[in-house]
Design a protein around this ligand. Structure first.
Ligand SMILES: *Cc1c(COP(=O)(O)O)cnc(C)c1O
Length: 385
């Protein structure tokens, strides 16, 4: 089905930050499968863990315990402020599950409150219910009427959340930095303000960390940079080092599911959890978040030079290795296509903004290489104006 606007490229092999097409042409991949290949393509620890687990036990139902699931759950809990974990297979399943959990909490502790406040320009995934949570008309309009229970308010404005809160509200759900919405970074006090408000009202704060989690913005979890502790977080994308896995984590007090109230056939399967454990363990032991901070700062300073060189670049924003460059017009497709031809893969996150989401373990040399491709492309675009 024609759901994806594809580039004219068939990827047949990947290694580290590089992929190759059928003709053997090499590309530097600054898209990472949409922020998924956190350690690059086919990292040895991921390949090793998956191979070993495939020989040992691929799947059993959640009727039984498995070692990889327990190990990954323990690692997540020991390295976060959350206490309990539920495993699923994708980001949207994680967010959907988190909202179900908040609704259970509302039924049990908030007199049946069920509404969730989310923000405009957010992205929470593609199920019908998460489309209602996602505050972007382009994702909502094709599917109306949408499931009830969400209100989308302005991002980065605590008052908008306050005004939208009613006795029927059970939770507020936000991305610490909006990813698909164009890499939008809130003010320093926003999450603190929202946390205080949620505490005051006794409602839950859910952070959708499907994109910001697992080192992407320079800390293991995004919330660490905003001086707050959420009640629930969702994970996906980078957690499995390329293998599909999602999870949501909750504080003890919010972990209110009773047996049978939520579930998944494939969620938490040994193969995906082995990949997740190997990825997360490597990211923690090798201080990948610390490296992301450094490489991210370097990439930012190099992009800053390009921004001052070309006046049609109107904004540069990001944290760690989640960065966007914005133009004064809709030039993304043109820039992305020209970079592709020259061997650099970028993502057009908005018609007027390109996103840089390389593997978390890239080097400054990789950044230099990307800039060396991007600069002449931007110069050409500039001349054509
Ligand atoms: C990508 C993304 C999702 C959806 O994840 P899928 O694995 O595509 O279902 C949800 N929330 C955020 C913040 C995301 O970036």
């Amino acid at each position: 089905m024609r759901t994806f606007k594809r580039m004219p490229l068939t990827v047949v092999r990947g290694e580290g930050a590089r992929v190759w097409d059928e003709q053997g042409k090499e590309y530097l991949d600054f898209t990472s499968g949409w922020a998924v290949n956190s350690l690059g393509h086919c990292h040895p620890v991921v390949v090793g863990a998956v191979s070993e687990q495939a020989r040992t036990l691929i799947q059993t139902s959640n009727q039984f315990y498995t070692i990889p699931q327990l190990k990954l759950a323990q690692l997540l809990v020991e390295n976060s402020c959350l206490d309990k974990v539920f495993f699923c297979n994708s980001g949207v399943e994680a967010v959907e599950g988190a909202v179900k959990l908040a609704r259970r909490y509302g039924k049990l502790h908030l007199s049946g409150a069920y509404r969730v406040i989310t923000t405009l320009n957010s992205f929470h995934g593609r199920t019908l219910t998460m489309v209602a949570a996602t505050g972007q008309p382009k994702h909502q309009e094709p599917y109306t009427p949408l499931p009830d229970g969400f209100v989308n308010v302005e991002y980065n404005k605590v008052n908008a959340i306050k005004e939208a809160t009613t006795s029927e509200t059970c939770a507020v759900m936000l991305e610490p930095i909006q990813g698909e919405g164009g890499v939008n970074i809130p003010g320093d006090d926003y999450l603190k303000g929202v946390r205080t408000w949620c505490d005051q009202k006794g409602i839950l704060l859910i952070l959708d960390e499907v994109q910001t989690g697992i080192g992407r913005i320079g800390t293991l979890f995004g919330y660490e940079q905003f001086g707050i502790e959420p009640d629930i977080i969702t994970l996906g994308k980078g957690l499995g080092g390329g293998v599909p896995i999602g999870a949501f984590l909750a504080k003890e007090k919010a972990s209110v599911f009773a047996p049978g109230e939520h579930g998944s056939t494939f969620g938490g399967n040994p193969l995906a959890c082995a990949a997740g454990y190997a990825t997360l363990k490597f990211i923690i032991d090798d201080d990948i978040p610390g490296k992301v901070k450094q490489t991210g700062a370097y990439m930012m300073s190099e992009l800053e030079k390009l921004k001052s060189k070309f006046d049609y670049i109107t904004d540069l924003r990001g944290r760690g290795l989640l960065v966007a460059l914005q133009f004064d017009r809709d030039l993304s497709d043109k820039v992305v296509k020209a970079c592709l031809e020259r061997g650099l893969l970028l993502n057009a996150v908005k018609p007027n903004a390109v996103r840089f989401i390389p593997p978390l373990n890239i080097t400054e040399n990789d950044v230099d290489e990307a800039i060396a491709v991007l600069e002449p492309v931007l110069a050409e675009v500039s001349e054509e104006r």
